[in-house]
Structure formats: structure tokens, C-alpha cells
Unconditional design. Structure first.
Lengths: 471, 510
């Protein structure tokens, strides 16, 4: 079940919001309702794998209590095993077995071929790990109430595609949910805004990207290859940030505050800045639970660069068990190292428009090609097409021509404006304020339009899962 | 003020969430619409509780199918898109030149990746017409061409876009159609192409031809077969109204189409239709009254209606099989509406069997000795029995000049038979030796006849599978595969005989 799916919008969500509203005044009842709804939501998405989530939830709650009571770090080690073992099995076993098979000639991979990846496992495992580490570090107390903890870990708006929420940042909202009319109205606006981003822009440009990548680099002109790469860059941003908007909006309606996950990443002038603005909850998780424990910036220069490579290798692998994801992570890591090596820190912060358009924008777009390709070979072929002049660079293969209708191209151009919009220019400010701020007539009109257009498209389109569900 | 507006915003959001299911609860599901997909059944609760993903999917689809709000939303979106841009692209319907809609699956029928099916289907069509000629079967197959083949200029390049091979395959099919025996096959395309400049042959927003084009097709049918008398004067022009099927499929709001027609009352009967069975799809269905007027007493059966599945053709004096071009090749193949396993196929096999009964079996030649066997052992009494998997025979047919050749194989078994037990005859096979041990037998896909075991006569357990071979088979090598041969089955002689013998007996009618 995805947020833009009619069954969620018109069957699950009305029931869920009524139930949450009814239970709003009693925190434990409120958390019970959220937990029940979240488990129902996950069951609908993943069937029996809900028991994995329940197991993870119970184990993390009990282990944190044990860590706090005994102070024994072995409980934390057990916590790592309990969290990472299912992740390793469900997400990486097939990939690892395939690599072993390739080297040794064994045939282990077929044994894992039927393993189905539970949706959102990377997200709830990371939340569980951060909770255990925070308790072990003494940064937070272990949660005595399993209902509050369950509601936090399994909270359906962010369960399957984030943002990754730290327990210490969120738990007070579960203990004392802050419901108000203004907050709920803001949540509705934010949800509608995200739905519009997903359905109007991400889903509309997706066929262009799909057609280009399905055609493959060997049959694409230079123009078509860039068109596909650009379309995918737009799709993934509006898809994922749209999902985050919807999650934040739903959480607000439920009386829970979620952190922002995006801050106009395509307006970044450097890759360093990009990673401060893209999937913020994941970047900060890796910073706090991997980069800093490895030594962070305090180690020697070589060690810092090595740490960066480790973090980006892991970031790539987090996104999927494939060499193309690893390559994408390392690609970003190497650019970050390059920026540190070549650009002084004060100039890095002040990098402007030229850097944004001539450097950060193309580097990011090429990176998405590596990310999107089904294999490393396919990625190399596609990137080759982007930089190989062709006799007719604007020629489009039939499959792409079918997808690139005037309407999809118009939406692609609209989406592309996120690359070119001045950071603090009027449109950017207006867009930000269309959702945030007090309820006024302008925001009411925007909400109405967003709901009308989203409803029109949601009810008339086929199933379209969010891209980040598979991670 | 802010609180009121916040309340209003929440109200709007709530209305958005509850409206579709609220309308369903209050008013119930909308009625099915013409050409619309049947509503998905609700899955059993037990399947949902058993965590079955298919049940969850079925629930979601069933809910969507019942949302009147959804249907009206689709109507609104498509009508707005079509009115504002004149361009639309949906799952099955796509726009061409301004004002024209096309049925997408018609493009996919000539998809580049389906060249194998194209070849098989064309071979099967050719074989059917040859068998009809050889076995004196009163069969006519009629092809209703794709809209994009006739209204080519109106397709706006969509055919090329959705299938790069569309026009190449269409031209190939058309050339092959032209070579088929015109007494048994009619392609309506040439006639329609002649008319295309003069009058509308296809309706802009409908898959089908106009009623006038249908009338022209009926004229073709009667002219090319023995059913026609002579061309009467043109009937009185008329116009009818119809709901556009393509517009209806995408729920466009619009006025009914004006369909150029002829007044049925002004049509002169051209022949007696008693004994004529026309099995057709939606193309002949466009003007059934005109066909009835031309052929009084004709029996029409729509392949898409339930009566087709129980059709009895034993009394038919003529059988006409009409099909839309996009479906014709798959319909004649084995499991299609007109394939060997269908009622039509069985009628053909019965007719072939009857034709073979009049062959000169007294002058027959046994080809068993010269046949090459695979997984078949020769018994002392001259019969053959399976001794391995996939038994098959390769037989070289003699040249019999000036006469048709009949083929008969005899098979006896006490075991009950089931539909999968067939002898499949590849009428054009040749052996290619790649290596001393590896024999590869090439054959032409589609030029196959499937004879079901169980045609037992005289209360015996012996099958006699017989028919008159098409003239093209003379001198050829054929391959016979025996599928699911019962363990006790014994294969008797493989015989050929002249149809009429030394003395010409062409006037004899089996």
C-alpha cells in the first residue's frame, strides 16, 4: 500500500484519521491506535512479514531495557546482530551468494532467489539501531512503555520510506501528542503538496526515464540519453521528497513532528552541500553512527578521506545490493574528497551559480544514471551515450517518442525548474509558504487545487510505487 | 479567521478522502458500461486473512471498479484532455490525426516481436483454404482490415510509433492474402481502399468501419462466393447514430456518431441464406440487418457471444468465418476460435473425413514400409507400437499426377481418449542431417493438421484418421507426431489413395 494508491487514500486513511482523532486525548490509547494502524498498514503491504517487524520491535524494546539496566555493551552487540541479521539475510544474502558463486563456481545464489525484501526494512532497522546506540551512549533513556515504543518504530507514515527518525527526537510527541486545528490543517496541506509532487510530476516524467533506460545506451542519441537522465533526476527527487512531504503531513495530523528530509538539494552548488540537503535523515544517521565513530574530521587527512569512502560505500550499499549502487556511493564519495582537496572550505561555502550549473548539476545527474541502471555495465554504456556525439543528437527512439508527449515534456520542464530556480527567489519562497504558515485563503486555494489535481490523477492512473520503497 | 480557514482546509481534505467510498456506500456501484471491463469480484475474506497478496490486489481492484467517483473522474480527465489538446493516449486507445482515435491492440497485432506468429498464422490460413479446396468444404474466411491499414493518413504516424513493423507486416499479410484461393478467402481491404477516397469507410472515433463499408464487404462476400446472383441497384442511402466504441472505452463525453448507412428496407435479397452460417465478430456485427436483408434466412453467430461455444454446424451448407485483421491469425491457430480444437475445427475435420470416405481406397498404397520411425517399433503383423517418448513418423508422399491424394492412418486402442491425444501432421517437413547422430527435422510452422484420436467407427476400437491432402502436399515429406499415445495403441497402415482414381470422377460429390 502506497500513499498515492486509492486504497490507502480513500479506504485506509479516512478510517485511520478518524481513529487517531478519537484517541487523541489519551496518549497511551493514541499510541495504541497508531501501533495498530501501522501494523495493519504493514500487513497490507507485506503480509506475513509483519511478524518480522513485530519481532524487531519487541527485541529492540527489550534490548534497550537490558542495556540500560546492566550497562553491559554485549547487549548492544546482540542488538546489532538482531537488527542487522534480518537485513543481511533479506537484502544482501542473494547478492553476496552471487559474488561467492562467481568467484568459487559454487551455486549458493539460487537458494536465496526467492527471498522477498520486506518493504522499509532498511528504515526500521536503522531506527532500531540508532535507538539502541543512543541508549548505550546514555543520550536517551530506554522506553518503559512498549506501546509508545512500538508506535514510534512502526509509525506508518514513515515506516517504509522514512524519514529515519531518532527516538530521542520523537518520543515526547508519542507521550504527549500535540493535536491542534492549525497543525492538522498544516498536515493536510503538506500531504496534498507531497501527493501533487508525486502524482503530477514524478509519475508523469517516469515514462520518459523508463523508456530511455529500457532502450539502453547503445541505441540512444546524446540528446535522448540526457533527456532520460534528466527525467530520472526529476522523478527521483519529486517522488522521494513528495513521499517525505506526505509522511510529514500525515504525522502532523497525528500530532507527531517529523524532521525535514529535503532542503532543495538540486539548488546545491557542490556535492558536499547536496548531501546536506538530500535525504537529510539518512546522511545525518551515517554521520552520527558511522562517520563520527570512525574518527570523523578529527582524524588525519588520509583517515578522513578513508572514512568518507567507507561512509559513501555504505550509503551506496544501503540503497541496494548491487555494484551499481556501490559505484554510485563511491562516485559521490570521490567528488566529496575532490572538493575537500581542491576547494578551500570558505570558498566551498560560497560556491555560486557557476558551480551549481557547470558542476553540481551535471555531476548529480550523471550519478543518478549509475543509480538507476540495472547493472554497472548498463550504467557505463548509458553514461557513454551521454558524452558521445551522435549524428542526430536530438533523435528519439520510438519508445522514447511514445513517452515524450507534449504533456510529459511540459511537466519535465516544470520539474526541471527546481534545478534553475534561484534559492531565495520569489517562486521558491512562494512554494515554501504555500504549505507552511497559517491557514489563509491563498493556501486554501492551493490545497483545493492540489487535492483536485491529485485526486483526478490518483483515481485515473495505475499503480505506481514510490522509488524508495525498494530500499 | 485563521481557525475557520484551518477548519475549512481540514474539511476539504476530509471530503477528498471520504467522497469516493462515501458515494459507493450511499449510492452503490455504478452499472457496467458498454465495452467496459467486468468488475473484479471481491476476494473471500478467508483469502485476505491468509495474507494472500493476490487477494489484497483483488480487493483493491474490486474497490476501484466500484467507485462511481473514479469513473466520473476518468470521464472528466479524458474529456478535458481530448477537448483541449485533441490528443489522448490511454491503455487501449490513442489519438491519431485530429479527431481520430485508434485501438492500440490493433497496432500490437503486427508487432515486430510477433513475426513468428505472423508466419504461423499466414501458413495456417493458406493451409485451411487449400484443405477447403481439396476436401470440397463450403468454407469462406473473410478478413476485416485494421483501421490503420485503410485510414492510413488518419493514423498520424501512430502505427509506426507503436509497431515499427506495422506497415511492413501488414503489406506482407496483404500480399499473402491476395495469393489465397478467392473461393475460400476474402480480404475486404482492397475493396475498401478503392472506396476510401470517395466515402468514409471507417468511423473517426470507432474501431469499426461504417455501415456502408460493411455493406460493401457483404457485396464482396457474395460476389466472391457462389452465393451471389447479380449486382442489384444501390440501396437508398441512410444515416444511423451509434455510440463510438473507442470514445466509450475512455468514457468521453460526446454526441453519438453519424454512421453512413443504407436503408435495410431498400436492399434487395441477393440469395437465399438458409443453410448459410456466418460466424463473425464486431465488424459484421456493425450491420447485421443489412446482411439479413441481402441473405434472408442467414444464421449469424457472434464469436464473442455464448452461443458460439455450443454452435452446431452439422447442417450448415456454407460457413463464413469473419474476423478482425488484428485477431485473424491467432484465431486460426490451434487454440483459437477457428483452430483445430474449436467447434469450427471439428466441423472442418468432419468434413475432411467425409471427403476422404469417397477416396479410392481400393487403389491405396501402404507407405508404412518406407516410413522412417522414431520411438515406434514395427511389429510382426506390420503394425507399429510406441517404444519410447514422443513417437513420430516421417513419410514421403508420392506424386499422383492429375488427381488429389488422400491420406489415412489407422490406430487401435482400448484405452479411453482425451482431447490432448492427437496425431499432429506437419505437412511440409524435411530432414536435415547436421551430424551422423543428430537428425533435425525442419517443418513449416502452421502447416499442421491435428487429428484427434477417438474417431471410432463401427463400434470398434480402431481410429481411421483420413482426409484429402492439399495439392501442394504431393511429393512432400510429412511428419506425424503422436501425442499422448495410449500404451496399448497400435498403429496400422499409413495409406495414400487417389481421390477419384484412374477414371475421372470430378462430378462425384462426397
Amino acid at each position: 500500500m502506497v500513499f498515492s494508491e486509492p486504497v490507502f487514500l480513500f479506504a485506509f486513511l479516512p478510517v485511520a484519521l478518524v481513529l487517531v482523532a478519537v484517541c487523541a486525548r489519551r496518549p497511551v490509547l493514541h499510541s495504541s491506535a497508531l501501533l495498530g494502524l501501522s501494523l495493519a498498514f504493514y500487513t497490507w503491504s507485506s503480509g506475513r512479514l509483519v511478524f518480522l517487524l513485530i519481532g524487531c520491535l519487541v527485541a529492540n524494546w527489550a534490548l534497550a531495557r537490558a542495556i540500560e539496566r546492566s550497562g553491559d555493551r554485549r547487549w548492544l552487540s546482540l542488538g546489532f546482530v538482531v537488527n542487522f541479521l534480518p537485513l543481511a539475510y533479506y537484502k544482501y544474502a542473494f547478492f553476496a551468494a552471487s559474488q561467492i558463486d562467481r568467484i568459487s563456481g559454487a551455486a549458493w545464489a539460487p537458494g536465496f532467489a526467492d527471498v522477498v525484501l520486506p518493504v522499509g526494512i532498511s528504515f526500521f532497522v536503522f531506527q532500531g539501531v540508532s535507538y539502541l546506540v543512543d541508549v548505550a551512549r546514555g543520550d536517551t533513556r530506554a522506553e518503559p512503555n512498549p506501546i509508545h515504543f512500538g508506535a514510534y518504530l512502526a509509525f506508518f507514515p514513515q515506516l517504509i520510506a522514512g524519514p529515519i527518525v531518532r527516538y530521542r527526537d520523537a518520543i515526547e510527541d508519542y507521550r504527549a501528542p500535540a493535536h491542534s486545528l492549525d497543525r492538522a490543517a498544516y498536515g493536510a496541506r503538506r500531504f496534498a503538496h507531497g501527493l501533487l509532487k508525486k502524482i503530477l510530476i514524478a509519475d508523469t516524467v517516469a515514462p520518459i526515464a523508463d523508456a530511455c533506460f529500457a532502450t539502453g545506451g547503445d541505441a540512444l542519441s546524446m540528446g535522448a540519453a540526457w533527456l532520460g537522465a534528466l527525467a530520472y533526476s526529476i522523478q527521483i527527487y519529486f517522488d522521494f521528497s513528495g513521499y517525505s512531504d506526505m509522511a510529514i503531513g500525515l504525522a502532523a495530523i497525528c500530532g507527531i513532528d517529523l524532521r525535514e528530509n529535503f532542503e532543495r538539494p538540486y539548488a546545491s552548488a557542490t556535492l558536499t552541500e547536496f548531501w546536506r540537503r538530500w535525504h537529510i535523515s539518512l546522511s545525518s544517521w551515517f554521520r552520527d553512527y558511522l562517520y563520527i565513530p570512525l574518527g570523523g574530521n578529527r582524524a588525519g587527512t588520509a583517515r578522513v578521506y578513508a572514512n568518507l569512502l567507507v561512509v559513501f560505500f555504505t550509503t551506496g550499499l544501503w540503497h541496494g545490493a548491487a555494484w551499481s549502487f556501490v559505484a554510485w556511493g563511491l562516485y559521490h564519495g570521490l567528488f566529496l574528497i575532490g572538493e575537500r582537496l581542491l576547494i578551500p572550505r570558505e570558498r566551498l561555502a560560497a560556491a555560486g551559480l557557476f558551480s551549481r550549473f557547470a558542476y553540481a548539476f551535471p555531476v548529480t545527474v550523471v550519478g543518478w544514471v549509475v543509480f538507476r541502471a540495472d547493472s554497472l555495465g548498463e550504467a557505463i554504456e548509458y553514461v557513454g551515450a551521454m558524452f558521445t556525439p551522435s549524428p542526430n543528437p536530438a533523435a528519439l527512439p520510438a519508445l522514447v517518442e511514445q513517452a515524450a508527449t507534449p504533456a510529459t515534456i511540459a511537466v519535465l520542464l516544470l520539474g526541471t525548474s527546481c534545478f534553475f530556480m534561484p534559492r531565495e527567489g520569489r517562486p521558491a519562497v512562494w512554494l515554501r509558504e504555500a504549505v507552511a504558515g497559517p491557514a489563509d485563503w491563498g493556501r486554501t486555494v492551493y490545497l483545493t487545487l492540489a487535492l483536485a489535481v491529485s485526486g483526478l490523477l490518483a483515481l485515473t492512473s495505475g499503480f505506481s510505487p514510490f522509488l524508495y520503497f525498494r530500499f | 479567521m485563521n481557525r475557520r480557514l484551518a477548519g475549512l482546509q481540514l474539511g476539504l481534505f476530509g471530503l477528498f478522502l471520504v467522497l469516493p467510498v462515501g458515494v459507493l456506500i450511499a449510492l452503490g456501484p455504478p452499472a457496467p458500461y458498454v465495452y467496459g471491463r467486468a468488475q473484479t469480484e471481491w476476494p473471500p475474506i478467508s483469502h485476505l486473512l491468509a495474507f494472500e497478496p493476490e487477494a489484497r490486489q483483488a480487493f483493491a481492484t474490486a474497490l476501484l471498479d466500484r467507485l462511481a467517483v473514479r469513473r466520473e473522474t476518468i470521464r472528466l480527465r479524458n474529456t478535458l484532455t481530448w477537448s483541449a489538446t485533441g490528443s489522448i493516449d490511454r491503455e487501449k486507445v490513442v489519438s491519431g490525426a485530429p479527431g481520430w482515435l485508434f485501438y492500440k491492440p490493433a497496432f500490437a497485432a503486427w508487432d515486430c516481436e510477433r513475426h513468428g506468429r505472423l508466419d504461423r498464422g499466414l501458413h495456417r490460413l493458406a493451409l485451411l483454404t487449400e484443405l477447403a479446396a481439396a476436401n470440397d468444404l463450403p468454407l469462406v474466411i473473410a478478413n476485416a482490415p485494421n483501421k490503420a491499414a485503410i485510414a492510413r493518413d488518419q493514423s498520424g504516424g501512430r502505427a509506426d510509433l507503436y509497431s515499427a513493423c506495422f506497415y511492413a507486416y501488414e503489406a506482407r499479410a496483404r500480399r499473402r492474402f491476395a495469393d489465397l484461393d478467392s473461393a475460400h478467402f476474402i480480404d475486404h481491404a482492397p475493396g475498401l481502399l478503392e472506396r476510401e477516397g470517395e466515402e468514409d469507410t471507417y468511423l473517426p472515433t470507432d474501431t469499426h468501419w461504417t455501415r456502408r463499408a460493411a455493406y460493401a464487404a457483404f457485396e464482396d462476400l457474395l460476389r466472391e462466393t457462389a452465393l451471389d446472383r447479380e449486382a442489384p441497384p444501390k440501396p437508398k442511402p441512410d444515416t444511423t447514430e451509434k455510440i463510438s466504441d473507442l470514445g466509450n472505452q475512455i468514457l468521453l463525453v460526446g454526441a453519438p456518431l453519424e454512421d453512413p448507412s443504407y436503408a435495410a428496407t431498400s436492399i434487395e435479397a441477393r440469395a437465399v441464406g438458409e443453410g448459410v452460417v456466418v460466424i463473425h465478430d464486431s465488424f459484421y456485427q456493425e450491420a447485421p440487418d443489412l446482411l439479413d436483408a441481402m441473405l434472408p434466412g442467414v444464421r449469424r453467430v457472434n464469436v464473442n457471444f455464448p452461443e458460439f461455444s455450443s454452435i452446431d454446424l452439422r447442417e450448415a451448407e456454407h460457413v463464413v468465418l469473419e474476423s478482425a485483421e488484428r485477431a485473424i491469425l491467432s484465431r486460426v491457430l490451434d487454440h483459437g476460435f477457428f483452430g483445430w480444437h474449436s467447434r469450427v475445427g471439428r466441423w472442418l475435420l468432419d468434413g475432411m473425413d467425409r471427403a476422404a470416405a469417397s477416396c479410392r481406397w481400393t487403389e491405396s498404397r501402404d507407405l508404412t514400409a518406407g516410413a522412417e520411425r522414431s520411438s515406434l517399433s514395427l511389429e510382426a503383423d506390420g503394425s507399429m507400437q510406441a517404444d519410447g517418448p514422443a513417437p513420430k513418423l516421417f513419410v514421403s508422399l508420392p506424386e499422383i499426377s492429375g488427381d488429389a491424394t488422400c491420406l489415412r492412418l489407422t490406430l487401435s486402442s482400448q484405452a479411453p481418449v482425451h482431447p490432448r491425444q492427437v496425431a499432429r501432421l506437419y505437412l511440409d517437413a524435411k530432414q536435415v542431417r547436421i551430424a551422423p547422430e543428430d537428425r533435425v527435422f525442419e517443418f513449416v510452422h502452421g502447416r499442421t493438421v491435428e487429428l484427434r484420436y477417438g474417431r471410432r467407427r463401427d463400434g470398434t476400437a480402431a481410429d481411421r484418421l483420413a482426409f484429402v491432402l492439399p495439392a501442394s502436399a504431393a511429393g512432400r515429406r510429412i511428419r506425424i507426431d503422436f501425442q499422448e499415445l495410449p500404451a496399448d495403441a497400435r498403429l496400422g497402415a499409413i495409406e495414400v489413395a487417389p481421390r477419384f482414381g484412374a477414371a475421372p470422377a470430378r462430378s462425384a460429390n462426397p
